[in-house]
Design a protein around this ligand. Structure first.
Ligand code: NAD
Length: 486
């Protein structure tokens, strides 16, 4: 029976909290308990149109607001996010399931994006050359592009939206966000704080929903650019359809990240880092370690350490202080994960730790314990597909060359890590690996806000990545003026 006490979230359009008229909703769950915590409206394309029209009207005044004045609003926003750090983190844990410490870290990552965006006055500066010929000069000026549409995934309900709207808005654009329908609560809180910080009406809008809202944004003639983060098939779809509509698109997609462990590595350190990278946030990170390629010479001792550490993990509700591993996002995602574990067994990989047997996996909530497969090969489905859950594949290799060959066979190329003390090996890895974000003796090499989030191959569609200088290019366009003063 439907729980009628649960609130239906509102859209945020033109500075007003408005009920969706679509009449359609979806339940939002706390994945640690299976309880319905809210309902999210599945809005219509008409509602997208209203938000885009509001954003388009707001753009006409917002683009003229002096850049330092815009930056000051971002400073105020920063202050409010810092003040509300704990509430934001708790909301993330409740709707996403990651533990509170990870959620606090996510808030930090989001705040760093606001810090970066508050530098808009210097980031937006142009260039000039006083003498391109006799008495002739040229200068480049940067301008915002207009209305930006942002479409985000469930796994980072704060950080990923913060990759987009603070910088886009600081640079003078206006924004319509379509958060994940599975984790929509944090987005509304971000908008409440944005309003308090002084974002003018229509500058930041939220339309909740699913594919209709996405299609509404990518088809809308008044949306200039699309920032998308999500799974590979949807990223490809959004990229193709939005570019066919002549929009600029950055579409960050799925991953299958490889970590290479060489025989000279500090194995204990490598096991701790990989444990965190594979099972932290329930493996639901685009930078999660999904595959370890380990040199045969140290494979047994490395795996023994890893399994021992995995056995010591506390699984449960992320609000409890001692919990490391929370639930996956939905019951359906748990079922999908269990199917992959069955597939791995059928394909002949050796299950050295079975997360189905952990006590929490039998309880309410969508828990899967840390699962480790040894003797995985690149023809197996568990190696090929992004499972996006606490399932780690181990491939034994004879040396670094083979480890690089294995990683480069993947269609994905988001992150890759190496564990070694050998500088020559690091150089070979850096020069030959197909991945956009590399780590040396660290498990999750996620770049900070001022560097690009730079996946390759099927992990990214577009030219300009999220964050860093790429984001300034993506959210601005240029005028070059050539002048002769006679
Ligand atoms: P998802 O693709 O299911 O959803 C992402 C967004 O697209 C959501 O807002 C969703 O409503 C929308 N969407 C889903 N199906 C759609 C469809 N058929 N048509 C139109 N829109 C649709 O992704 P998710 O499960 O929420 O997030 C996890 C995925 O995101 C993983 O694959 C992960 O690797 C990826 N991700 C990538 C990065 C990166 O930087 N490359 C970062 C975070 C997450």
């Amino acid at each position: 029976m439907a729980n009628t006490a649960v609130k239906t979230l509102k859209n945020y359009i033109n500075g007003e909290w408005v009920e969706s008229r679509s009449g359609k909703t979806e339940d939002v769950y706390n994945p640690a308990t299976g309880e319905v915590i809210a309902r999210v409206p599945i809005s219509s394309t008409e509602e997208v149109d209203e938000a885009v029209r509001a954003a388009k009207a707001a753009f006409e005044t917002w683009k003229r607001v002096a850049v330092p004045k815009r930056a000051r609003i971002l400073f105020k926003y920063h202050q409010l996010l810092v003040e509300h750090w704990d509430e934001l983190a708790k909301l993330i844990t409740v709707e996403n399931g990651k533990n509170l410490k990870e959620a606090k870290g996510e808030v930090q990552r989001g705040i760093e994006n606001v810090e970066f965006a508050a530098g808009a006055p210097s980031l937006m500066m142009g260039d000039n050359l006083a003498a391109i010929a006799t008495d002739l000069e040229s200068a480049v000026y940067r301008y915002p592009v207009g209305v930006i549409g942002g479409i985000t995934p469930f796994n980072f309900p704060m950080m990923v939206p913060c990759w987009m709207f603070p910088m886009a808005i600081a640079l003078g654009n206006t924004f319509v966000l379509k958060p994940s329908e599975r984790t929509p609560l944090t987005a509304n809180y971000l908008a409440e704080l944005a309003e308090e910080a002084g974002f003018p009406k229509g500058v930041f809008n939220i339309v909740h929903g699913a594919h209709d809202v996405v299609n509404g944004l990518i088809d809308h003639p008044d949306v200039a650019r699309i920032s998308f983060v999500g799974s590979q098939p949807v990223a490809e779809y959004v990229y193709k359809r939005a570019t066919a509509n002549m929009k600029g698109v950055q579409a960050l997609a799925g991953a299958k990240n490889h970590s290479i462990v060489l025989r000279d590595a500090n194995l204990d350190h490598a096991a701790t880092q990989i444990l965190n990278a594979a099972f932290g946030s329930a493996g639901e990170r685009c930078m999660a370690a999904a595959v370890v390629t380990v040199e045969e010479a140290v494979a047994d001792s490395f795996i023994a350490k890893l399994v021992q550490k995995a056995d010591n993990i506390t699984i449960g509700n992320g609000l409890d202080d001692e919990v490391f591993l929370g639930p996956v996002i939905r019951e359906q995602h748990k079922k999908r994960t269990l199917k992959y574990i069955e597939a791995g067994e059928k394909e002949g990989a050796k299950l050295v730790r079975d997360g189905r047997r952990d006590k929490a996996a039998q309880e309410k909530g969508y828990f899967v314990g840390p699962t480790i497969f040894d003797h995985v090969t690149t023809d197996m489905k568990i190696w090929k597909d992004e499972i996006f859950a606490p399932v780690l594949c181990i491939v034994r290799v004879k040396d670094l060359d083979e480890a690089i060959q294995v990683a480069n066979r993947s269609r994905f190329a988001n992150g890759a890590c190496i564990f070694t003390r050998d500088g020559g090996a690091v150089r070979k890895f850096r020069e030959n690996i197909d991945a956009g974000m590399l780590g040396v003796n660290i498990g999750i090499p996620a770049p900070m806000a001022f560097f690009p989030f730079s996946g390759w191959k099927d992990s990214f569609y577009g030219d300009l990545h999220a964050n860093g200088k790429d984001s300034i290019e993506f959210y601005t366009r240029k005028k070059v003026i050539t002048s002769r003063w006679v």
